[in-house]
Ligand binder design. Structure first.
Ligand code: DON
Length: 330
């Protein structure tokens, strides 16, 4: 019985490996989209890079292409910062600063929800800056360190901030400054605007590779426990909050289309990463720095669509082939 289960599990992982390699090959030479240039350091990314990594909650990893290449996490820091705020301040105090409504607008819109006078959600810049204001610490570097440490535990390896990207963010971040001052004016954040923005820019400048993101996603999928180190990283009581907001708001003004076509909680970043979570099953990460007009990775979206359909991962997939794959591995 046991041997049978092991051989089924081996064939499932081999099948997933083949699917991932095939999807990588399929889009390898696809060159639509452009690397982000509004933060000058990001313009240095190699547009040809393309990596995929899947990490399962039972500790297996499938990798393809440039999975090892490091890039900055950018907005993929936002769900994790939201999780940290919930853990430290609880639901009521956190949601007093930020809503959970999709905005339908661009990530960097200078706007608040006119009904609540709060940022629409923690995945857009306004919401993420409000969260950074909450989780920053004194001195400012200790808040940054707390974030990096949490992310290291989720990735299962030491991580660092890219000082060049951080400097580039600080120099060109006037739109984020405008959002922060709007929120100061409305009483959402405190007067330590520079410290808040330093926290936010630092979070965005964390260097990760596809495997790190897949491990982080797998840690969320595994109710907060890193499946590789066994360490409890996130308080499981708040993971449903985070996954819900990722599902409805993680891809900004592409969120509805994403939920329809891919059907997974996910988050994109202008560095070119996309992280997706298959609850209780696996973490997905794709890296490709060519972005569409909405700031989402073009090949990242294509690869995730294919993965979701070929592995049956959509949350409302009635065949749920993904579940069968995973169950046969456990
Ligand atoms: O706020 C910014 O401009 C960036 N540091 C992060 C933006 C980002 O990744 C948007 N996501 N697609």
């Amino acid at each position: 019985m046991k041997e049978h289960a092991i051989s089924e599990s081996m064939s499932a992982i081999l099948e997933i490996e083949q699917i991932v390699q095939h999807i990588h090959q399929k889009y390898q030479n696809f060159d639509e989209g452009d690397v982000a240039t509004y933060i000058p350091e990001l313009a240095k990314a190699n547009p040809g890079h393309f990596g995929i990594c899947l990490a399962t909650v039972d500790g297996r990893v499938v990798r393809a292409g440039d999975w090892e290449h490091e890039f900055t996490i950018q907005s993929i820091c936002k769900p994790f910062a939201f999780q940290m705020a919930l853990e430290e301040f609880g639901r009521e105090d956190t949601l007093a600063r930020v809503g959970v409504e999709p905005s339908g607008d661009a990530f960097n819109s200078i706007e608040l929800d006119p009904k609540t006078i709060r940022p629409f959600n923690p995945m857009i810049n306004a919401g993420a800056i409000a969260i950074s204001s909450l989780i920053k610490k004194k001195p400012a570097e200790s808040g940054v360190r707390a974030f990096v440490q949490k992310m290291q535990r989720a990735a299962g390896r030491p991580l660092r901030i890219d000082p060049e990207v951080l400097a580039s963010e600080e120099v060109t971040g006037n739109r984020n400054r405008a959002i922060a001052y709007l929120m100061l004016n409305c009483g959402i954040i405190d007067g330590e605007v520079d410290e808040t923005l330093h926290q936010y820019f630092s979070q965005c400048s964390l260097l990760v590779n596809c495997q790190d993101l897949a491990m982080m996603a797998a840690t969320l999928a595994n109710m907060g426990t890193n499946p590789f180190t066994g360490e409890m990283v996130f308080d499981f009581r708040y993971i449903k909050d985070v996954l819900t907001v990722m599902f409805t708001c993680g891809l900004y003004d592409h969120a509805g289309e994403w939920a329809y076509r891919v059907g997974l909680p996910a988050k994109s970043g202008v560095g070119g990463g996309i992280l997706g979570v298959v609850n209780r099953q696996l973490g997905i990460a794709v890296y490709s720095p060519r972005l569409d007009a909405k700031g989402n990775s073009v090949r990242g979206i294509l690869a995730c669509k294919d993965l979701a359909s070929e592995l049956g991962l959509h949350a409302f997939e009635f065949t749920n082939v993904g579940s069968n794959f995973m169950q046969s591995m456990l």
